[in-house]
Ligand binder design. Structure first.
Ligand code: ADP
Ligand code: CIR
Length: 356
């Protein structure tokens, strides 16, 4: 349960104003004027400003600090959400293109580390939201159960290599959950930013994971987003991982699911850092030399890539292995976001070799 669950909008805003050293995009962009404009609005899903800003007001260390209470929050609270979106995605205008996944039969690249020396594994994910449900702060336990049912029914329609089975978290042993999480397949309830936003309310009800038989295509149900489609495998074959994901997205679009979208913003997600393409393509890569160099952060910024620890956001590196992924998801197409990551990873590999 969120520790600030009982605080109203005004009390949360007071906490934000009292933050001295916060570098969050919420703190930077929620001006008194924008606060005044948004504070009494209510979205179509009954979302309030408090539902969006609670995590950032209670966690001064937030990088972003705001979540959308529901898909309509991107319209109702546009003054603050648009400002944060422009700031995070580094765009002056919100003008997201139509989806374009590229020609997967002719990508022009395959394995980024054919010598198998540096890349441990590769993963590409997208997030999707049901257009008829709100996001965690406005969901009831019944909503979570209903949503899980709809998702499960559509996942059961996947065929061929994508066909698989859904495993709800309810009833799954702790040992199985821990093992799956350590092996990078499953999520858990350990992100304090997400907890404060209501992301773990009614845990573990309505949450689960779908695997195909080869365990290289998975779907997370009701983690941060309603749905996360994930393609992953050992090694560096980005072409194979991406192509599988694109095929799965196509199949799931035909399965009856209706995804929340907005003109100029693309696919809508709980966190504004994810919307647009919602695509995060990553490698786990061994780069002890580059990571220890003083210009590592600058190097990543130059290529629009982000470094994370190997157990996900807000975690540490282990043994010089980092999660390197594209940072931008909005204002470019899916194939361009992927190419941005590919170019960044190729530059990372070249630099690590130079430093060796
Ligand atoms: P996301 O924003 O994509 O949900 P997180 O940073 O929360 O990602 O990571 C989710 C999980 O995916 C973590 O367990 C992380 O270790 C795993 N993961 C991310 N990238 C890779 C990769 N290239 N190979 C293996 N596991 C990965
Ligand atoms: C923050 O503001 O730092 C957290 N709310 C995380 C922001 C981006 N990450 C995410 O959505 N997982």
């Amino acid at each position: 349960m969120a520790s600030g669950a009982n605080l109203n909008t005004e009390q949360l805003y007071e906490k934000l104003c009292a933050q001295k050293d916060s570098k969050s995009l919420l703190k930077k962009n929620l001006t008194p004027e924008i606060y005044k404009e948004c504070k009494d609005k209510v979205s179509k899903f009954k979302g309030k400003l408090a539902d969006c800003i609670r995590s950032g007001c209670m966690n001064p260390e937030s990088g972003v600090g705001i979540y959308a209470s529901d898909p309509d929050a991107y319209t109702t609270f546009a003054p603050i959400l648009d400002a944060v979106i422009k700031d995070y995605h580094k765009v002056d205008t919100l003008n997201h293109p139509q989806p374009n996944f590229g020609d997967i039969a002719n990508l022009g690249f395959g394995d980024l580390d054919p010598g198998k020396q540096m890349i441990v594994s590769t993963r590409v994910r997208v997030g999707r939201s049901h257009d008829s449900f709100g996001f965690p702060p406005v969901l009831t336990k019944e909503d979570r159960v209903d949503m899980e049912k709809v998702s499960k029914e559509c996942l059961a329609k996947l065929e061929g290599d994508l066909a698989g089975e859904y495993f709800p978290l309810t009833g799954m042993s702790k040992e199985t959950q821990t093992k799956l999480t350590e092996d990078h397949f499953l999520f858990n309830d350990s992100d304090r930013f997400l907890r404060e936003a209501g992301g773990y309310d009614d845990w573990p009800t309505g949450r689960g994971i779908f695997f195909n038989k080869a365990k290289n295509f998975l779907v997370w149900v009701n983690e941060e987003d309603h749905l996360r489609f994930i393609s992953m495998q050992m090694g560096g074959d980005l072409g194979e991982v991406y192509s599988r994901l694109v095929k799965a997205i196509g199949a799931l679009e035909k399965s009856g699911l209706k995804f929340a979208k907005k003109d100029n913003l693309g696919y809508l997600t709980f966190c504004p850092s994810n919307l647009g393409t919602t695509l995060r393509a990553s490698v786990h890569i061994k780069i002890p030399k580059l990571a220890a160099s003083p210009d590592f952060k600058e190097f990543c910024d130059k290529y629009n890539i982000q470094a994370r620890g190997i157990h996900g956001e807000h975690t540490e590196s282990v043994g010089g292995v980092y999660d390197i992924s594209n940072k931008r998801r909005l204002g470019l197409t899916e194939i361009d976001a992927l190419q941005e990551m590919r170019r960044g990873v190729e530059a990372v590999i070249a630099r690590e070799k130079e430093l060796a």
